[in-house]
Design a protein around this ligand. Structure first.
Ligand code: SAH
Ligand code: SF4
Length: 345
C-alpha cells in the first residue's frame, strides 16, 4: 500500500501526524479523494450530521491595521467606511434570530470606533435575545476581552493567519506575532471558545508552513478552525500575487479535521468564492459549520476583504433559505442547537 494511504490511515485512527507526514500529504495529490473521505468519516463520527449555522454581522469596515492582503486595510482609500449604530447591530441580531440562527458573529475591522461601554451594551442586549455570541474584532487588551466575556460573549475568532513569524511580520506592518499569540492565550484563559486559522497561499508560504499551522491549531487546543485561500485584492500591495488554490485549502482543512476531530470547522466564504460549490465540497471534506451573512442592505458590498465575495446582493432571508436547501441536498441537517464544541459542553 502506498505510503500516503498509510499516513491517511494513521491520521484517521490516531489523530496525530508528524510535520513531515503532513508535508507528504500536502505534496501528493494522487490520494486526495481518500483524504477527503477520511476527513468526512471523522467529522461524522465526532461531530455528527448536523451543520451549525452562524449568522455573520459585518458591523463596521473601519480598520486601523494595514494587513497587506486585506481590502479593509487603513491605507485603502477606495473603501467607503461605515459603522452601524449599536441599535442597528442589535436589530440585525434580532432579525437573525427570526431566521432561526442560534449564534451571531459580530465581525469588524480592528478599530476604536466603538467605546467599550457601547460594545458591552451591544453584547448584553444580544445575549438577552438568547443567542450565542462570537466576536471577531481583532487584537485587544486582556482587560477588554475580559469585559466582553463577562458581558456574555461566548467565542472569539482571531486567525493566526500564518505561524511563519517572518511571513507574519512581513504582511502585518506595525503588528507583532507575539501579541497575536498573547491575544489567543488570553482569550483561552478567559474562558472563550477560541477560533483561529490561516490563509492558504500567502506569498513565500511553503507546505512546511501550512503543516506548522495545523500543528499549531492542535497545540493551542483551538475550538474552531477557519481557513481559506488568500484571494488577492487589487486595491492592496499584494494585488499582483497569485493567491491560494481551492484544492490546497480543502486539503489543509481535511487534515485539520483528521488531527482535531471534535472541533468546529466552517466551510468558508472564501472557498465558495474560488469554487461555486466550494462550501458543500468543504462540508463533505471535514467541515461542519457555515456562516451565512445576515448583514442587511448596502453594507455587504462595502465589507470587501477580497474581490468576488459571494452573496453581496442577497438578503439574509434568501441566504438562509439557500444554504438550508444546499445542506439538505447533501443529506445533512441544519442544527437547532448552539453548537459549542462537543467535548466541552
Ligand atoms: N479585523 C478582524 C476581523 C475581520 S478580517 C481580524 O483581522 O481578525 C477576517 C479575516 O478575513 C482575516 O482573519 C483574514 O484571514 C481574512 N481575509 C482578509 N483579507 C483576505 C483576502 N484577501 N483573502 C482571503 N481572506 C482574507
Ligand atoms: Fe483590518 Fe482585519 Fe483586514 Fe487586518 S484583516 S486589515 S485587521 S480587517
Amino acid at each position: 500500500m502506498s505510503k500516503i494511504v498509510d499516513i491517511i490511515n494513521k491520521a484517521e485512527t490516531t489523530h496525530s501526524l508528524t510535520k513531515e507526514e503532513i508535508v507528504d500529504l500536502l505534496r501528493c495529490d494522487e490520494y486526495d479523494q481518500q483524504l477527503f473521505l477520511a476527513a468526512d468519516r471523522v467529522r461524522s463520527q465526532f461531530v455528527g450530521e448536523q451543520v451549525h449555522l452562524r449568522g455573520l454581522i459585518e458591523f463596521s469596515n473601519i480598520c486601523l491595521q494595514n494587513c497587506y492582503y486585506c481590502g479593509l486595510r487603513k491605507e485603502n482609500a477606495k473603501v467607503k467606511r461605515y459603522k452601524l449604530s449599536p441599535d442597528t447591530i442589535i436589530d440585525f441580531a434580532n432579525k437573525a434570530k427570526t431566521y432561526e440562527y442560534k449564534t451571531v458573529v459580530l465581525q469588524s475591522g480592528e478599530s476604536q470606533s466603538y467605546t467599550v461601554a457601547e460594545m458591552k451594551y451591544i453584547i448584553t442586549s444580544i445575549k438577552a435575545l438568547g443567542l450565542a455570541i462570537t466576536l471577531s474584532l481583532g487584537e485587544k487588551s486582556r482587560e477588554e476581552y475580559q469585559i466582553y466575556k463577562e458581558a456574555g460573549a461566548d467565542r472569539y475568532l482571531l486567525r493566526i493567519e500564518t505561524t511563519n513569524k517572518k511571513i507574519y511580520e512581513a504582511l502585518h506592518p506595525g503588528m507583532s506575532f507575539e501579541n497575536r499569540l498573547r491575544c489567543l492565550s488570553d482569550l483561552k484563559d478567559l474562558g472563550y471558545e477560541i477560533g483561529t486559522g490561516c490563509l492558504v497561499g500567502l506569498p513565500n508560504q511553503r507546505m512546511e508552513d501550512l503543516a506548522e499551522d495545523i500543528l499549531f491549531f492542535k497545540s493551542i487546543d483551538a475550538d474552531m478552525i477557519g481557513l481559506g485561500p488568500f484571494i488577492p485584492n487589487a486595491d492592496t500591495p499584494l494585488a499582483q500575487e497569485k493567491g491560494g488554490a481551492f484544492s490546497t485549502s480543502i486539503k489543509v482543512m481535511a487534515i485539520t479535521r483528521l488531527l482535531l476531530p471534535d472541533v468546529n470547522i466552517p466551510a468558508t466564504t472564501a472557498m465558495e468564492t474560488l469554487n461555486k460549490n466550494g462550501r458543500m465540497i468543504a462540508l463533505q471534506s471535514g467541515a461542519n459549520v457555515v456562516m451565512p451573512n445576515v448583514t442587511e442592505g448596502e453594507y455587504r458590498q462595502m465589507y470587501m476583504l477580497y474581490p468576488g465575495k459571494i452573496c453581496i446582493n442577497d438578503t439574509p432571508k434568501h441566504c438562509r433559505g439557500c444554504i438550508t436547501g444546499k445542506i439538505q441536498g447533501i443529506g445533512r441537517q441544519v442544527s437547532k442547537e448552539f453548537g459549542f464544541r462537543k467535548s466541552k459542553k
